[in-house]
Ligand binder design. Structure first.
Ligand SMILES: Nc1ncnc2c1ncn2[C@@H]1O[C@H](COP(=O)(O)OP(=O)(O)OP(=O)(O)O)[C@@H](O)[C@H]1O
Ligand SMILES: [Mg+2]
Length: 312
């Protein structure tokens, strides 16, 4: 039997007050299961960001139920909600939202500020056949007891942050401040910050929106690889070309789900990050007859060396 969804929305509506009020979401049903990569697409004003805020528990719906890992978040207090959110969801936004005065390392380390000390120490060793090494899927430290307590010490946060930056291909930029990084690198830092706590779900709102097509495609390559390594990801985009490289696609219009197209047999489309005219042609994934590379495909070129993923 299939496991419960990581996130489930049932008849979710969101109305913004005003005269007249704006119905930004209108009875939306959506379930996201572990391991999925979902593109949420739609024209400007269709409700994508509102949906992301509700999915991410940053905003409460006017009506309907939101279940995060089976738990109804609409009945949680604000404090419970922020704790659950901190443990379960990682966010990536178009504007990066990095702290300008901090290094890449410390920006990523902030992603662990709201994590408990026991996080990450309750898992078994790495997947069979996977080499231990830098990455987000670190197993327990031998001999170390599972601890509960407030947040992780800075030194430990920095160790994990360095691993996360390695995973997104930025192991050589730990000491750079955002102003010393390219746009694509800044978004990688933001992705590392979102992933460092090994959330059950990564939510990205227009993650390529501030990047040129080459940098944007490389960010997409990274998201595809993280998903191939096991991360559950929802990417919100108004860009059909971006969506065409994702697996399942959910089309929003006027606050409603117009279509929900499951991933094809090949899953998300790995492919070269730039210069691939098929990927940029605007034709849909389904229409393209070309090669759809899988995770093992050599053409899934990347520089990130993504480790197997396990959510905390
Ligand atoms: N705080 C708010 N108060 C009132 N109306 C709002 C508010 N936020 C969004 N809206 C309205 O809700 C609708 C959905 O907005 P939303 O930001 O979710 O769209 P979007 O699909 O993310 O658009 P874009 O692609 O331009 O980012 C829009 O009509 C918008 O004007
Ligand atoms: Mg938006």
């Amino acid at each position: 039997m299939r496991r419960a969804p990581v996130l489930e929305l049932e008849a979710v509506s969101k109305e913004y007050p005003g005269s007249p009020p704006v119905v930004a979401l209108d009875r939306v049903d959506l379930a996201i299961h572990a391991g999925e990569l979902v593109g949420i697409v739609g024209p400007s004003g269709s409700g994508k960001s509102t949906l992301l805020h509700v999915m991410g528990t940053l905003d409460r719906p006017t009506a309907g139920a939101v279940r995060l890992q089976g738990r109804d978040v609409t009945v949680c207090s604000d404090a419970e909600l922020s704790r659950l959110r901190g443990r379960t969801i990682g966010f990536v936004f178009q504007q990066f939202f990095l702290l300008e005065g901090n290094t890449a390392l410390d920006n990523v380390a902030t992603g662990l500020l709201y994590r408990d000390r026991d996080d990450g120490e309750e898992h078994g060793p790495g997947h069979p056949g996977t080499a231990p090494g830098p990455g987000l899927a670190r197993g327990p430290v031998p001999g170390r007891r599972r601890r509960r307590g407030p947040s992780l010490a800075l030194a430990e946060r920095r160790v994990r942050a360095a691993e996360a930056l390695e995973t997104v291909g930025l192991g050589h930029r730990l000491g750079h401040r955002p102003g010393e990084l390219s746009g694509g690198e800044r978004q990688r830092v933001a992705i590392a910050r979102a992933l460092v706590g090994r959330p059950a779900l990564l939510l990205a709102d227009e993650p390529t929106g501030n990047l040129d097509s080459v940098a944007g495609n490389r960010i997409l390559d990274l998201l595809l690889e993280l998903n191939a390594a096991g991360a559950t990801i929802a990417v919100i985009t108004h860009d059909r070309e971006v969506a065409d490289r994702l697996g399942r696609r959910v089309f929003l219009r006027d606050g409603r789900i117009e279509h929900d197209r499951p991933a094809g047999p090949d899953g998300p489309r790995h492919g070269p990050g730039n210069g691939d005219q098929a990927a940029l042609s605007g034709r849909s994934h389904d229409e393209r007859s070309g090669h759809h590379a899988g995770p093992d495909d050599e053409r899934a070129g990347h520089d990130a060396g993504v480790a197997p993923w396990r959510a905390a």
